[in-house]
Design a binder for this molecule. Structure first.
Ligand SMILES: Cc1cc2nc3c(=O)[nH]c(=O)nc-3n(C[C@H](O)[C@H](O)[C@H](O)COP(=O)(O)OP(=O)(O)OC[C@H]3O[C@@H](n4cnc5c(N)ncnc54)[C@H](O)[C@@H]3O)c2cc1C
Length: 261
């Protein structure tokens, strides 16, 4: 059971978001970067499928700058066998379709029965890259899967999707692509031994030439215009005085200003 896991590095959800007023976009310079949480579920699924099958390789692929190697090393420490980074000046600011095209080209270089992704990246939230990968690979796509089992010899996968009030069970032929959500199991922590081994692993870096992709195909169809923070909330008002003084004033404000009484 050979699996490729596509991993996006995203800002930690505890990161304070600031918009750079000069550029009009989110300022990423002080971000703490982590593996997209749903991609950790994809990694855990890949590890469980390999454990069940008793054989197979797990390759992780991330598209992004030098820093994405940290995310790849986290996945190696969790138990992936190999990691590949995709980067090239031609990849700057590309849209989801182009990301999907490049990831599909990288997946094609690996032996694979299954491609696993997160159901969405928690920063850009488009949930668009995995269907694009499946499209370029010409394989079925099963979205938002909570749990999956595979039979490598019968070349099938059974996926459990949680839908409103029920579980939907889907059968798909291998190879296929699934996007994972928080499921029946928690992603394991990298072991110390895994972390030491991951530090030493070489990570090949591929650009458009190695992937055989003509950069003119990476044209943006969607163009980011700007990022806007939600409007700041008004600060509360504190009424000073004794309860006898403030309660009538509070009632007046609720009646005349807030108009809730
Ligand atoms: C500087 C900058 C400029 C941008 N400009 C544009 C623009 O003009 N137009 C536009 O449409 N978008 C733009 N983007 C957004 C960027 O292209 C998106 O990050 C990309 O489309 C992926 O979409 P998503 O993050 O919503 O991923 P989703 O589709 O939500 O991700 C789902 C899953 O796909 C996989 N995946 C996604 N991205 C990667 C990756 N990089 N490597 C490996 N696996 C991945 C992961 O498994 C992930 O869980 C820009 C981004 C940056 C940083």
């Amino acid at each position: 059971m050979n699996t490729v896991v596509c991993v996006k590095q995203v800002p930690s959800t505890e990161t304070k978001i600031r918009v750079n007023t000069a550029t009009g976009f989110v300022d990423v310079t002080e971000f703490e970067w982590v593996v997209n949480p749903y991609d950790e579920y994809a990694m855990e699924t890949a590890l469980r499928l390999r454990e069940k099958a008793g054989t197979g390789a797990i390759t992780v692929i991330a598209l992004g700058p030098e820093r994405v190697k940290t995310a790849l090393r986290t996945c190696l420490a969790m138990g992936a066998d190999a990691a590949v980074q995709l980067t090239d000046p031609a990849f700057d600011g590309i849209d989801a379709l182009a990301v999907g095209r490049l990831l599909a080209a990288a997946v094609k270089r690996e032996p694979f029965d299954m491609v696993l992704c997160g159901k969405q990246a928690v920063d850009d939230d488009q949930a668009a890259v995995p269907p694009a990968i499946a499209h370029f690979l010409g394989i079925p796509h099963v979205s938002v899967v909570a749990e999956a089992t595979a039979d490598a010899s019968a070349r099938t996968v059974v996926a459990h999707r949680e839908i409103e009030g029920a579980t939907e069970v889907v059968n798909a032929p291998l190879p296929c692509l699934m996007t994972m959500q928080k499921g029946a199991y928690e992603p394991r922590y990298p072991t110390l031994k895994g972390m030491m081994a991951a530090k030493k692993k070489g990570i090949p870096v591929l650009g458009s030439a190695e992937l055989g992709i003509d950069p003119s195909l990476l044209i943006r169809r969607l163009v980011y215009v700007e990022d806007r923070l939600p409007p700041g909330r008004k600060t509360g008002r504190v009424l000073e005085g004794t309860p006898e003084e403030v309660v009538p004033e509070l009632v007046r404000l609720l009646h005349e200003e807030a108009k809730v009484l």
